[in-house]
Design a protein around this ligand. Structure first.
Ligand code: SF4
Length: 107
């Protein structure tokens, strides 16, 4: 192998290694953020991180005991503290939260 070819191979391998390392770093730091009550779509849906603080005058369909953990749209185990919801793509909702799109999870 010529010295320039050897040098090319070495540089290619180290560039590949750098990509793999940066890919790992990205996957470790990309934990989705928790939805905030003040996010625009959270306000629009009446989302409250603590569902028990829901304004029942504004959302009379809210009933005590309803929360993300027992909603049909919650994409995690009921025992998980947070999980994805398709209405808040890219973020996670709190298991104890509630929003006006709540729908009873099938038993
Ligand atoms: S749709 Fe269900 S899981 Fe999603 S935020 Fe509203 S109550 Fe929570």
């Amino acid at each position: 192998m010529s010295s320039s070819r050897r040098s090319f191979v070495i540089h290619s391998l180290s560039a590949t290694g750098a990509l793999v390392v940066s890919g790992l770093a990205l996957s470790q730091t990309a934990a989705p953020a928790l939805v905030k009550d003040t996010d625009a779509n959270a306000v629009a849906l009446g989302y409250k991180t603590d569902g028990s603080k829901t304004d029942v005058k504004k959302y009379p369909k809210y009933a005590a005991g309803q929360n993300c953990a027992n909603c049909a749209l919650y994409q995690a185990k009921a025992s998980d503290a947070t999980g994805p919801c398709p209405l808040f793509a890219g973020k996670v909702v709190a298991a104890k939260a509630w929003c006006s799109a709540w729908a009873k999870k099938a038993a």
